[in-house]
Design a protein around this ligand. Structure first.
Ligand code: C5P
Length: 289
């Protein structure tokens, strides 16, 4: 086998709380992460010319500022000295949008290189590499539904959610994750998020009543930085969303839709042409130990 294609799904946060600061300066999170069907496609090919990375969209880093490049560098350094690979990223997930686009590409490269080079690394070894790259990369290895804590890299896998249709809306505004967290420290919005109850609902396979406590403590922070969040939430509700929330540090907002038809219709009729809009559904865990 000389080449392999790996799917890299986006993630959203179904709830996100901050419990304090860690000794390393990272924020101590409690969050429920969920993979969705919007995917980048990663093409990996063995070569003999070092690591070469290309993207389908211009303007993205093609050196070790790209988390996918860093994943290849790290795995080769530790497990396959002088490994060479061509990585092509067919980018569908909006960049710097709160959807873990860079992290999921990185996780896909780790899994892909492990298979392509027959390295035989087990999940704990892959997890260690993922943790060294970024906070969201560990979740992206397995995907599905998980409770994440620590800086977001400690995981408790939860049962797969019943297939749920959503609309993702990404406004054309960039917000840097680090800036959102800094701003959070200044504002510290008071929101009560009953995380144990929310986890319990998913664990027991119960129906989710979205308006009961599902919340993201970073949402008022990013909404204060860019105006679009509130407007998008209102528009999603007008289009039939039963619940809306910002994902991660934003600026993507998702709406939970009653069914596929309404999700697709909302995207077709979306009035702001500058937003990126996607009908998606919740994805199951796609990697088992
Ligand atoms: O880990 P990652 O590189 O994705 O994080 C980007 C930035 O977001 C960090 O440098 C940090 O400033 C902030 N962050 C944080 N607490 C977290 C995750 C990220 O403060 N749990």
């Amino acid at each position: 086998m000389d080449q392999i294609a790996v799917r890299a799904p986006a993630k959203i946060n179904l709830a996100l709380d901050i419990k304090g600061l860690q000794a390393d300066g990272y924020h101590q999170l409690e969050t429920i992460m969920q993979s969705v069907s919007l995917c980048d496609h990663i093409y990996l090919k063995k070569t003999n010319r070092g690591i070469k990375l290309t993207n389908s969209v211009p303007g993205l880093p093609e050196d070790n500022h790209n988390l996918a490049y860093r994943a290849a560098e790290l795995i080769f350094n530790q497990y396959y000295r002088n490994g060479s690979i061509e990585i092509h990223i067919d980018k569908k997930i909006p960049v710097a949008a709160g959807l873990a686009g860079g992290s999921t590409d990185s996780a896909a490269v780790i899994k892909g290189i492990n298979l392509l080079f027959g390295l035989g690394l087990d999940y704990p070894q892959l997890l260690e590499l993922a943790r060294a790259i970024g906070s969201d990369v560990p979740f992206c290895l397995k995907g599905g539904t998980a409770f994440a804590y620590g800086r977001g890299d400690q995981l408790v896998q939860l049962p797969d959610l019943k297939k749920t249709w959503l609309v993702l809306v990404t406004p054309p505004k960039e917000v840097l994750t680090a800036v959102v967290y800094q701003q959070y420290d200044l504002i510290k919005p008071e929101l009560t998020i009953p995380m144990e109850d929310l986890k319990g609902i998913i664990k027991n396979g119960q129906n989710i009543y979205w308006n009961e406590g599902w919340n993201n403590v970073l949402e008022p922070v990013t909404a204060g930085l860019i105006g679009d969040i509130t407007e998008i939430k209102e528009m999603l509700k007008e289009m039939g969303a039963i619940f809306t929330m910002m994902s991660g540090s934003g600026p993507t907002v998702f709406g939970v839709m009653p069914d596929r038809e309404q999700a697709e219709q909302a995207c077709q009729k979306w009035p702001r042409s500058t937003d990126s809009v996607f009908p998606v559904y919740t994805y199951k865990q796609d990697f088992r130990e």
